[in-house]
Design a protein around this ligand. Structure first.
Ligand code: HEC
Length: 169
């Protein structure tokens, strides 16, 4: 069979186009965007990673939530206490992601028996039991501070209720 030049040229072109497309797709999957747009210009992925909140920025929130959870429970505001403890767990999990070196210890705390018991005592609205598991949870917090080399940070429940706008006195 005689191959006509007119047929060969288009199929040759088709092969070229396909090759270009395949090469193009390969390039887009391999290329990671390193520049990200912000309102004021571009930043790099590295810069974005550098500003993710670590333990130093999230921990004060954990302290605050523990305090609110305690005084909310004391005031019988169980829904609020439950909410604070749920958020506390989620905040701790942010540290797991942004500081993988703390992942194991944070996981140990969040899934540990004291914190779980504290959440369950909140659900059963038992303030006496809550007080016991609160103390145990505080010990778990502070023992991680010891093993993380910051034993000088020891969370302590404020003796008197601080101003918490959504707990009416
Ligand atoms: C992974 C172990 C770990 C656990 C669990 C943990 N912490 Fe921390 N916490 C740290 C580290 C590490 C720091 C010091 C921050 C840093 O190195 O950036 C810290 C710092 C703090 C600070 C001081 C923050 C500041 O900058 O003033 C407070 C308050 C705090 N933690 C409260 C708590 C409370 C409350 C709990 C329990 C609900 C808790 N932490 C559980 C590791 C932990």
């Amino acid at each position: 069979m005689k191959v006509k030049a007119a047929n060969v040229v288009p199929s040759f072109l088709l092969v070229v186009i396909l090759l270009v497309l395949v090469a193009g797709c390969g390039a887009t999957t391999k290329k990671t965007p390193t520049k990200l747009k912000t309102e004021g210009g571009t930043i790099t992925l590295q810069q974005l990673a550098d500003v993710q909140p670590g333990a130093g920025r999230i921990m004060p929130l954990l302290g605050q939530r523990m305090t609110i959870a305690y005084y909310a429970s004391k005031a019988g505001k169980w829904e609020l206490a439950d909410y604070e403890l749920k958020e506390l767990g989620e905040d701790a999990e942010v540290i797991e992601k942004t500081r993988p070196d703390h992942k194991k210890d944070i996981g140990h705390f969040v899934d540990g028996s004291s914190f779980k018991q504290l959440k369950s005592d909140t659900k059963s609205k038992d303030f006496t039991a809550f007080q016991t598991s609160f103390d145990k949870t505080v010990q778990a917090c502070n023992s991680c501070h010891k093993s993380s080399g910051v034993s000088f940070i020891q969370y302590k429940l404020p003796k008197t209720q601080p101003e918490i706008p959504y707990i009416s006195n």
